[in-house]
Design a protein around this ligand. Structure first.
Ligand code: ZN
Length: 119
């Protein structure tokens, strides 16, 4: 069953608010990353403290991984919004049939039915 206009606008609103939330997270993480980088340089100068560096590196790579995940999600959300504009939203990329509304509510940027993702 194709999605109604009401369902489409509900999902668009969901995508928009999720986009805003993640955009904020990415900005925070970017700031954190650049702050921790400059702190390391300022605090330690030419001296190297192996222990501190290890922790810094760990935290930085954790933040970087988190940011990468969020950036990827942001791209998925943008792609979903493009499909909404193009009128191809909610169509499974595997079999070309409509994705159920419940799945899209849970995962508005879904490209396929749940069963393909699990397989
Ligand atoms: Zn499918």
């Amino acid at each position: 069953m194709a999605l109604t206009d009401d369902q489409l606008s509900e999902l668009r609103a969901q995508l928009d608010s999720e986009r805003t939330r993640i955009q904020g997270n990415v900005t925070d993480l970017s700031e954190e990353l650049s702050t921790s980088l400059s702190n390391t340089t300022e605090e330690h100068g030419l001296e190297t403290h192996i222990g501190d560096q290890g922790t810094d590196t760990f935290l930085r790579s954790r933040d970087a991984a988190l940011e990468e995940h969020e950036v990827r999600l942001l791209a998925e959300i943008d792609a979903a919004l493009e499909r909404l504009d193009a009128g191809t939203y909610g169509i499974c990329e595997v079999d070309g049939t409509p994705i159920d509304f419940e799945r899209l509510q849970a995962l508005p940027w879904a490209r396929t039915h749940a069963e393909h993702a699990e397989a």
